[in-house]
Design a protein around this ligand. Structure first.
Ligand code: ASP
Ligand code: MG
Length: 411
């Protein structure tokens, strides 16, 4: 008999009918003999509605009171799901985060879980009940209601699974797993059977928004096997887990992520003296602009070019800062480009394979795609290209790394 934590997202509990379907599904699992803790989100759209309501009262809502308001969405769905289960003769009990005592810090709207009391849940499971817990919320040491940040129900699920030492945390959602890339861009994108925590973090932070990033970090830290599954379609989903040395089926690259939200800035003819990188990027970070990729060229005639990327929304602001800096340090010119895209290949297999970068660059060159910037990490290679070639690049990389077909053996 296994202990499983299951989390159902907003669309899965989006109507009374859907909640009944979830109850049927939960009943099926329970009949197989598993102990179940079920975490639910608010009905889809409900959290947005509650935030809008709070903003009508106060344009910058008081953080503590906002949590009092937005935590109610999940309180509704736990009650409804418990009713639906009882109606089909499954003993069930619902709890809010504070009732369980999911204890967090006091950072309203973005609280972090510190500790979970498992006694009440364990007693109910022992008594044969399905325990239903409200996602996204907790209570601080002073008894204030807190919430965990948007998408936080995933983190509730993982944290409960860690606290209860559950066999698996299953995230039921409106996709049937994690894909090699966005199926809207590459028709032949495949569902992955398995992906590592590290790879998932790279894929998620690059824009494959299946899970809240923090929940993946949490699962990795406590080694909670995490599975993404479709709420209403049968299938094995995608297991997110530790790297498995014995897995010979592991392809070199697991997936291709991309991002259209970046912009590129270049400052040319910068006098190449110590401290110049700081003189350029110091004011940028002082203006609260986050920098992603950074490239500095080899100097020629004692001057160098410096290129970096920022979020596209920050392009104008960053250009202003750079024009000022350029005058101060005597640089020649500043350029900004908002029409770029970043494409990344991700895979732990890169660690044990040579030639991955050249295979990537070869594929791009075959399609005549110019690479503007390159950056690498242990399990990721990213390039910046012209935005208009994004789809083409993702498709050609997908086939160059054999992601269209079945995974190839490691050689
Ligand atoms: N209801 C919350 C939100 O919409 C939490 C969640 O769905 O995970 O962000
Ligand atoms: Mg969600």
């Amino acid at each position: 008999m296994a202990l499983i934590v299951q989390k159902f997202g907003g669309t899965s509990v989006g109507s009374v009918e859907r909640i009944r379907q979830v109850a049927e599904k939960v009943k099926g699992f329970r009949e197989r003999g598993d102990d179940l803790v079920v975490v639910v989100s608010a009905m889809s759209g409900e959290t947005n509605r509650l935030i809008a309501l709070a903003r009508e009262m106060q344009s910058e809502p008081d953080a503590r009171e906002l949590d009092v308001i937005i935590s109610t969405g999940e309180q509704v769905t736990i009650g409804l799901l418990a009713m639906a289960l009882k109606a089909i003769d499954v003993p069930a009990v619902s709890y809010t985060g504070p009732q369980v005592r999911i204890v967090t810090d006091s950072a309203f709207n973005k609280a972090r879980i510190q500790h979970i009391d498992d006694q009440r849940i364990r007693a109910d499971l022992a008594a044969g009940k399905v325990v239903i817990v409200a996602g996204f919320q907790g209570v601080d040491e002073q008894g204030n209601i807190t919430t965990l940040g948007r998408g936080g129900s995933d983190t509730t699920g993982v944290a409960l699974a860690a606290a209860l030492k559950a066999d698996e945390c299953q995230i039921y959602t409106d996709v049937d797993g994690v894909y090699t890339t966005d199926p809207r861009v590459v028709e032949s994108a495949r569902r992955l059977d398995k992906i590592t925590f590290e790879e998932m973090l790279e894929m998620a932070s690059l824009g494959s928004k299946v899970l809240q990033i923090r929940s993946v970090e949490f699962a990795g830290k406590y080694n909670v096997p995490l599975r993404v599954l479709h709420s209403f379609k049968e299938g094995p989903g995608t297991l997110i887990t530790l790297e498995d040395d014995a897995s010979m089926e592991q392809p070199v690259i697991s997936g291709i992520a991309f991002n259209r939200d970046e912009a590129k800035l270049t400052i040319r003819g910068v006098p190449d003296t110590p401290g110049v990188a700081f003189k350029i990027l110091g004011p940028v970070s002082a203006a609260n602009i986050e920098v992603d990729m950074i490239v500095q060229n080899v100097s020629q005639d004692n001057t160098t070019d410096f290129t970096f990327t920022v979020h596209r929304n920050d392009l104008r602001k960053a250009e202003e800062v750079l024009h000022k800096v350029a005058t101060e340090i005597g640089a020649r010119e500043v350029g900004g480009d908002g029409k770029i895209a970043k494409v990344s290949i991700v895979g732990v297999g890169m660690r044990s394979h040579a030639g991955v970068a050249s295979r990537m660059f070869e594929a791009l060159s075959r399609d005549g795609i110019n690479i503007q910037m390159i950056s690498t990490s242990e399990i990721k290679i990213s390039v910046v290209i012209d935005e208009k070639y994004l789809e083409l690049a993702v498709r050609s990389l997908h086939s160059a790394f054999d992601l269209d077909s079945e995974p190839v053996d490691r050689v």
